[in-house]
Design a protein around this ligand. Structure first.
Ligand code: ATP
Ligand code: MG
Length: 441
């Protein structure tokens, strides 16, 4: 049994829709999200999440959290303020080495940084908890705010200077144990991108892995809003087909593309070159951080061994922005059910009619009792304005209550996904409340 739906009356929302996006906002995701009142621009590369945006963001976070917990992740939360000393040990404190640091000073004059990632502090922390092979493996993760002084900030939520990252770290006994988990994360990521609704456009991508492993894997989603170019090895007839990610269709980040690499992976000649955005990545770190920071365990025979590590990132807001880019049309956003801020947009037309108001109130109550999240447009506005707002907000199912639907004895139900590829296109149906409850619960 579901609990009660987390519903809301639109008259309670202080946000308003806007016809125009701010002129300096060039990215589609930020334009749509600002116009629909999901986010507010604080300054270039810095955004606030408004009630609708926060709900969508939390839906994305919820999906990622479920998939992390399924593979044995344990959630924690580390501090944003970082002690310089630990970063000096891995040679990642200097601005010559890492150019995106935000640094500040304590009253004492001591320098501190605002974390742009968390390998160092977590590895240092784990020294207190990992001593023996019996303490391994372990997989802590967090949703935590990172700060990066990014040079470019023109992509809306895709590249911001302050953003929440889901960062998972694996601490394993050896490479063999690491690889088993790495493959599990890969599958968890595939599940995540399928669940939010961008699986068919997302490709497992070979990228540079730094010094310690040959490749890392990026998850790249094809969109014109992308900043990277990837070469996708998929037959033209298969490109963009299906609704889920096909792990057999791989891509190579153009940064590392060579003919040798193509041969190595024994790929065919058919490829498509496309712009894409990195929605997630998985890295083998090996013993780079454990050796530098002294994270050592004793194996079965009492020998001291550095812990074998990996790190795995996803930016939930970048993911939300990618969904907004892909699942939208000229009228506005068109969220997948999994990430939409509400499941149902109940649009009441002519609420000054007592019967209409009564019917809308009753439907709102019944749907909410049945565990459905409903946004009820109870505002006193013209029908045209309400429908335009509803299209812009992009809630998957719109249910209209009006004098007309009262007379017909059925509600008008419109699936928002209009303008999208076949199979997702808009449909209008007429349903009674029992039919609706049967469909939605
Ligand atoms: P990119 O190559 O796009 O700069 P990155 O390789 O620096 O990203 P990581 O440091 O590994 O990315 O971060 C993990 C994940 O966090 C990325 O896959 C992305 O989803 C997200 N992310 C990274 N930078 C940002 C940012 N500035 N704003 C929003 N999300 C971000
Ligand atoms: Mg990258």
């Amino acid at each position: 049994m579901k609990g009660k739906g987390n519903s809301m009356r639109q008259s309670q929302l202080f946000t308003k829709t806007r016809r125009e996006a701010p002129r300096d906002e060039v990215s589609k995701n930020a334009q749509l999200l600002i116009r629909a009142g999901y986010i507010h621009k604080e300054m270039a590369g810095v955004y606030d999440f408004l009630p609708l945006g926060l709900r969508t963001f939390e839906k994305v976070v919820g999906i990622i959290r479920e998939e992390m917990n399924k593979i044995g992740g344990v959630e924690l939360h580390l501090s944003a303020l970082q002690d310089a000393e630990v970063w000096k040990k891995t040679d990642r404190w200097s601005d010559d080495k890492v150019d995106s640091w935000f640094k500040t000073k304590l009253k004492s004059g001591a320098e501190v940084g605002l974390g742009f990632t968390h390998e160092e502090p977590l590895t240092a922390l784990m020294r207190e908890y990992i001593a023996s092979y019996k303490d391994l493996p372990t997989y802590p993760y967090q949703f935590q705010t990172k700060f990066r002084n990014e040079e470019r900030a023109k992509s809306g939520l895709m590249r911001t200077r302050e953003f929440v990252m889901k960062d998972l770290y694996s601490f394993s006994k050896d490479e063999a144990e690491h690889i088993v988990f790495y493959e599990k994360v890969k599958q968890a990521y595939i599940n995540i991108f399928n669940r939010v609704g961008i699986g068919n456009k997302t490709y497992l991508t070979y990228a540079s892995g730094g010094t310690f492993s040959k490749f890392s894997h990026e998850f790249q989603t094809v969109t014109d809003a992308g900043e990277d170019t990837v070469r996708i090895y998929v037959h033209k007839d298969d490109y963009g087909k299906g609704s889920e990610m096909n792990p057999a269709h791989v891509a190579i980040n153009k940064e590392i593309y060579t003919d040798d690499l193509k041969k190595d992976l024994s790929l065919g000649d058919d490829f498509i070159e496309a712009k894409a955005i990195e929605v997630g990545n998985i890295f083998t770190l090996s013993t780079r951080f454990s050796e530098a920071l002294g994270l050592i365990y004793k194996d079965e025979s009492g020998i001291e061994v550095p812990v074998y590590m990996g790190s795995y990132g996803i930016g939930p807001a970048r993911l939300m922005a990618t969904v907004a880019e892909l699942l939208s049309d000229e009228k506005g956003l068109a969220w997948s059910e999994a990430v939409a801020p509400f499941a149902v947009h109940l649009v009441e037309i002519g609420g000054d009619n007592d019967e209409v108001k009564k019917e809308a109130t009753e439907l709102y109550r019944e749907l909410t009792e049945a565990g459905i999240d409903v946004l009820w447009d109870d505002r006193d506005l013209r029908a045209g304005e309400k429908f335009a707002d509803s299209d812009l907000l992009g809630i998957p199912l719109r249910i209209v209550v009006s004098e007309k639907t009262l007379a017909a004895g059925k509600f008008e139900c419109v699936h928002r996904a209009s303008g999208l590829p076949a199979g997702r296109q808009g449909r209008t149906e007429h349903k009674s409340i029992s039919e609706l409850l049967g469909q939605l619960t």
